[in-house]
Design a binder for this molecule. Structure first.
Ligand SMILES: Cc1ncc(COP(=O)(O)O)c(C=O)c1O
Length: 348
């Protein structure tokens, strides 16, 4: 008899990255030039390091993160991207059949990791204006809840007082995923990290441009972080990633420069898309969600035929929407040109 995967796994749809030739605006990675400090770090890598294990729990890097955020190093957990941390937190804070609240449309890995860990995703849909329904989120009575702020794919940042109110009333661990927070001028949720039931997640994939080396971290109460580290296990973050992440965190100027251009460019791109008759939603991130009069799969195909890859939300709740990363001006021009050419041809 052949081995049987769990029924819940068999029914899951795997996360499918967009896999075609073209300018990739599908995954919100950083499309700007690589930070020179990363290039220097890579040039200095000693090839012999690959034979040795990395540090068990990223002690040196945790000290840097602790300095950056003025948070005890014991309360920092490092991992391979913030999506890895979502998995670790679900595994640490839920029993099988436990509940994880999230607010679709949101980051698709949240229900995926939840199901993989034999738990049940508890969807608490956003309101019609993409607002967080705080009362329903609390009423979901979940063991863990994940709030993405700013949210992917909608691009908005919920008002901070709504998140504070949920943190006051939610009974489980509240995870605030701040992968895009450096692209907004709204206040972050960092002040909540001192509570005994909140974890803040940060990613270096988007603003710092380290999607390829995979690095993210959580800030949380030290007593809880200690438990997450047991699940994380030692040696999780590769040695080279640790070194690159440390240098990136010590050079916040690069993130500030990228964020400044993204803010200007997302306003310009949104303006142009509106002039062309499409409906971009307001965004506080490095991507824009755009509604069109056509099924999104056709729009995605038409743009891909013109060499630009965007993410299609046809199979999710936003049927007529695509999402495109905002990068430097020349990259955004390629998107605008592709949209214009599609419209000139009468649509997708
Ligand atoms: C809201 C949100 N959180 C986390 C992530 C994952 O980031 P990382 O590359 O750090 O795993 C993403 C990536 O798209 C995201 O949109």
């Amino acid at each position: 008899m052949s081995p049987e995967p769990r029924a819940a796994i068999r029914q899951l749809a795997a996360y499918e990255p967009v896999d075609r030739q073209g300018i990739n605006l599908s995954d919100n990675a950083n499309l700007f030039d690589t930070n020179p400090v990363i290039q220097e770090a890579l040039a200095e890598v000693d090839p012999d390091e690959v034979r040795r294990y990395p540090s068990g729990y990223s002690d040196e890097l945790r000290a840097t993160i602790a300095d950056v955020h003025d948070h005890p190093a014991e309360g920092v957990v490092t991992a391979n991207g913030s999506s890895d941390l979502i998995d670790l937190l679900v595994r640490t804070f839920t029993d099988p059949k436990g509940k994880v609240a999230y607010h679709p449309p949101s980051f698709s890995m949240i229900p995926l990791w939840t199901t993989c860990n034999a738990c049940d995703p508890e969807p608490v849909p956003l309101t019609d204006e993409f607002g967080l329904d705080g009362d329903a989120f609390v009423a979901a009575d979940a063991d863990l809840g994940v709030v993405c702020r700013p949210n992917n794919p909608t691009g908005n940042a919920f008002p901070i007082d709504v998140v504070e109110d949920v943190a006051d009333r939610f009974e489980g661990l509240l995870v605030v995923d701040e992968a895009y927070v450096n692209f907004t001028d709204e206040p972050d949720a960092m002040h909540l990290r001192d509570r005994d039931d909140v974890a803040i997640l940060r990613s270096l994939s988007k603003d710092a441009g380290l999607a390829g080396t995979r690095f993210g971290y959580a800030l949380m109460p030290p007593e809880l972080a200690q438990e997450v580290r047991k699940v994380r296990g030692p040696f999780r973050v590769p040695r080279i990633t640790e070194e690159i992440a440390r240098r990136a965190l010590e050079d916040p100027g690069h993130v500030d420069r990228v964020a400044k251009i993204v803010k200007e460019e997302r306003a310009r791109v949104s303006r142009r898309l509106k002039e062309m008759g499409l409906s971009p939603f307001p965004t506080e991130t490095n991507f824009v969600l755009v509604e069109t009069p056509w099924p999104s799969s056709r729009v995605q195909g038409a743009l891909a035929d013109r060499g630009v890859l965007v993410r299609d939300f046809g199979s999710e709740t936003l049927e007529a929407c695509f999402r495109a990363t905002i990068g430097p001006p020349e990259v955004n021009d390629a998107l605008l040109d592709a949209v214009e050419s599609m419209l000139d041809d009468g649509g997708p």
